[in-house]
Design a protein around this ligand. Structure first.
Ligand code: IPE
Ligand code: IPE
Ligand code: MG
Length: 266
């Protein structure tokens, strides 16, 4: 298996008390604003403050990867004014935050089909990624114009171009390195705020064995206590990865690890 992380379907990942990777669908900004008789976009603006707080909170808790869904490939369907507000907010947030992220040892990554963004935004993204590339305290990934299906398809297309001779025989280890988040382990914990219980085309491939946590709290209200509640719920889960509960207590794995599993966690 290529890559330095364990695929949850190819081998059994190491599991700790603190999730290494938390992925969040930041939902409920519009409703937060509506409750206060404010325009929807006021909720988005306020949501940026929650992002800032969660970056700090994840660093403090030893989380290594935080991935935030900021704009889906389907969010272009929103009113044009809201889309353009979100794009401008992205620009101003990058301008205002990159220096602070860098000072705090955060590595920034932006994943998604970035070709749709205007050059000014794209340049800021590339600049921010380059500046923070060698930081290692936390990897903050912003998924922008991201869709899980888009990700799998772009990986498939890259693979097919790179190895046309293997068509018909591609395996998971061939495809995985081409996914846009190949630099990160799969999310241990997925959180969706705002009360909806759906994936909305987020990390379809990578969430295969993530623990799912849904909360009614709206994103602008999500705080350290809410994060701790999510992590607390995560800790109480039994992550079996297909095995039985009894097997988890055994020291030697009852399943013979597959050859690909042997390459992992070296
Ligand atoms: C999430 O909040 C932010 C984005 C999708 C950009 P919403 O804008 O979806 O808020 P609700 O779901 O309408 O309350
Ligand atoms: C998902 O939220 C996308 C982001 C948070 C960026 P949406 O609010 O767009 O999801 P749906 O439309 O309710 O499924
Ligand atoms: Mg929503």
């Amino acid at each position: 298996m290529a890559g330095k992380f364990t695929s949850s379907t190819q081998a059994i990942p190491n599991v700790g008390d603190v999730p290494r990777h938390i992925a969040i669908i930041m939902d409920g900004n519009g409703r937060w604003a509506k409750q206060r008789f404010m325009p929807r976009v006021a909720g988005h603006k306020r949501g940026v403050e929650t992002v800032r707080a969660m970056v700090k909170a994840c660093i403090a808790r030893g989380v290594e990867y935080l991935t935030l869904f900021a704009f889906s490939s389907e969010n272009w369907r929103r009113p044009v004014e809201e889309v353009s507000f979100l794009m401008n907010l992205f620009v101003s947030a990058l301008q205002g935050e990159i220096g602070k992220l860098h000072a705090n040892g955060v590595r920034l990554k932006v994943v998604g089909d970035l070709s749709a963004f205007e050059p000014r935004l794209l340049a800021l993204i590339r600049e921010g990624e380059a500046k923070t590339a060698n930081n290692f305290r936390l990897t903050l990934t912003i998924a922008a114009n991201y869709g899980g299906r888009w990700d799998i398809l772009q990986a498939m297309n890259q693979l097919a171009l790179a190895h046309p001779e293997k068509a018909g025989c591609y395996g998971e280890p061939d495809l995985a390195p081409h996914l846009v988040m190949a630099y990160a382990p799969e999310p241990d914990l997925f959180i969706r705020t705002g009360g909806e219980q759906r994936i909305s085309n987020f990390l379809l491939w990578q969430l295969a064995y993530s623990e799912l946590h849904f909360t009614d709290i709206l994103w602008p209200d999500f705080d350290d206590a809410a994060l701790d509640a999510a992590i607390g719920s995560y800790r109480r889960r039994e992550r079996r990865f297909g095995r039985t509960s009894e097997q988890l207590g055994e020291r030697t794995p009852a399943v013979k690890p597959s050859p690909s599993a042997m390459d992992e966690d070296a």
